[in-house]
Design a protein. Structure first.
Ligand code: 6PG
Length: 261
């Protein structure tokens, strides 16, 4: 595959509370779902784990009842390699229980990691099979490609950042951030537990049309300040998008930005 590079300027909006961030994220998702369902009859949305799992519940509000759920195709930007019924570790299982099982998205449009690899803790196998799954959907034209690069282009990715500045399972100082050829890679010694994970690579993340990074809480404030100073040692500072890369912050997460001090 040819290399891909998307380059938008980083934008941000600071909201008073975490609840406001979650509500705004739901609104943004609803708007983009409407746009892409109308334009191409599909909406390809990529989720993360962490707090986002709970924030997604805002999409269950009555004002979003017209969402065309049957046109959604749901992926994970990263996933812990844990059994698919593991309520503590599996992003899929947690999101299924709190949100996905409550909306009529066809089960076949929800792309969890391979069940056997998940059960066996086979991170490499899970990454290979997830990449194959994505390539298949690109061939079926369900996932678009970024210009002529052949790289998948998702409509929207909802991302979170850890206090160390990681996004997806791309951690500072770990080689996965440098991976450019594969779409999906894996880590077996993740600094955030559990240790085995698969993750989209940076070129795939940055080819998305819209990337929304939602960050709340004081624990992330130092990392947010570094990102907005362009400290590219933090994987999250490398986030771009084809159309828009926007950060939604609550006041606590934004508290160390120069304009908020
Ligand atoms: O599976 C995961 O662990 C996540 O996908 C991870 O990348 C997460 O998005 C960030 O660590 C932020 O997590 P919080 O929202 O919990 O701070």
């Amino acid at each position: 595959m040819a290399s891909a590079s998307a380059n938008t300027k980083r934008e941000k909006i600071v909201f008073p509370t975490e609840d406001d961030v979650a509500k705004a994220m739901a609104k943004y998702t609803f708007y983009l779902s409407k746009k892409f369902c109308k334009e191409r009859g599909y909406f390809t949305i990529v989720l993360s784990g962490g707090d986002l799992v709970l924030w997604l519940k805002k999409l269950l509000a009555p004002e979003y009842a017209e969402t065309e759920w049957s046109k959604w195709h749901v992926f994970w930007v990263d996933e812990r390699v844990a059994p698919l019924d593991d309520t503590v570790n599996s992003n899929y299982k947690q999101t299924l229980d709190s949100f996905l099982s409550k909306v009529p998205i066809p089960t076949s449009n929800i792309y969890a990691i391979d069940q056997d690899c998940a059960a066996l803790g086979d991170a490499k196998g899970a990454a290979i099979l997830y990449e194959e799954c994505i390539k298949k959907l690109v061939n079926q034209n369900i996932i678009r490609t970024y210009k002529s690069s052949g790289f998948p282009q998702f409509d929207l990715q909802l991302l979170g950042m850890g206090p160390d500045g990681h996004m997806a399972s791309l951690f500072p100082g770990h080689y996965q951030i440098k991976e450019k050829a594969n779409l999906v890679t894996y880590i077996t010694k993740s600094p955030k537990l559990p240790p085995k994970r698969i993750t989209f690579t940076l070129p795939v993340i940055n080819c998305a049309s819209y990337n929304l990074m939602a960050v709340c809480g004081e624990a992330q404030a130092n990392a947010v300040a570094k990102v907005f100073k362009d400290d590219f040692n933090l994987p999250s500072a490398r986030l771009t998008a084809d159309t828009q890369a926007i950060w939604y912050l609550d006041r606590a997460a934004a508290s160390k930005l120069p304009e908020c001090l």
